[in-house]
Design a protein around this ligand. Structure first.
Ligand code: SIN
Ligand code: FE2
Length: 203
């Protein structure tokens, strides 16, 4: 972990199997109400390989026309996002070190060949709050660098139950997912990886 910038924390195996299974059940309920959709890159409209949905008062979305943003409703169904489960708010209270509750939980689903390019999470007004990330299902190779795209990066594996916190000086660190390691977890019946990121959006 010596390569991690200040404020970036990796908590391996933070959630035990029962807690992971419980979160998956909650996510199934959320996805039944707010289906996974295919996000598009701003401008080009190129589809991302990750499918997304959200819960909480706000959700992070992106499409060709309007680009990256937060909004209070699902882009396809137009319905408000499902409520944030108390379990996620509790985790945030325990780990985030921030007085206000999370407003958005972005739910990313990665199939075997999905990945996410190097990016910063910078669509939030309140950058004093960390981004808290939970990994469920198959392992992945997580890449993280500095505050500048050109700075060197390092990578490490994230496994089911791991938590990563991007806070402090690391809040705007570039990060991405290089690859998924199929068949490395039995948590999700049909394989793949789920990532949850809890975010505070407004100051
Ligand atoms: C993200 O940066 O939004 C996702 C990170 C991850 O999947 O672990
Ligand atoms: Fe991100």
């Amino acid at each position: 972990m010596s390569t991690l910038a200040n404020g970036i924390r990796h908590l391996p195996d933070y959630l035990d199997r029962a807690a992971q299974e419980h979160l998956v059940e909650l996510i199934r309920g959320i996805v039944a109400e707010a289906p996974l959709y295919v996000p598009e890159m701003p401008g080009t409209g190129k589809p991302m390989s990750v499918r997304m949905t959200n819960c909480g008062p706000l959700g992070w979305v992106t499409d060709k026309e309007k680009g990256y943003r937060y909004q209070s409703f699902h882009p396809v169904t137009k319905k408000p996002w499902p409520a944030m489960p108390q379990e996620l708010t509790d985790l945030w209270e325990r780990l985030a070190g921030h007085p206000k509750p999370p407003e958005a939980c972005l739910i990313n689903f990665y199939s075997d060949d999905a990945k996410m390019g190097l990016h910063q999470d910078r669509d939030e007004t309140d950058l004093s709050a960390p981004v808290l990330s939970i990994s469920l299902g198959d392992s992945c190779l997580f890449r993280v660098g500095g505050l500048n795209r050109k700075e060197p990066t390092g990578s490490f594996r994230l496994s089911s139950g791991d938590i990563v916190i991007l806070g402090g000086e690391g809040r705007l660190a570039f990060h991405g997912i290089d690859r998924i390691y199929p068949g490395t977890s039995t948590l999700l019946r049909n394989g793949g990886r789920i990532n949850l990121t809890l975010r505070r959006v407004n100051s």
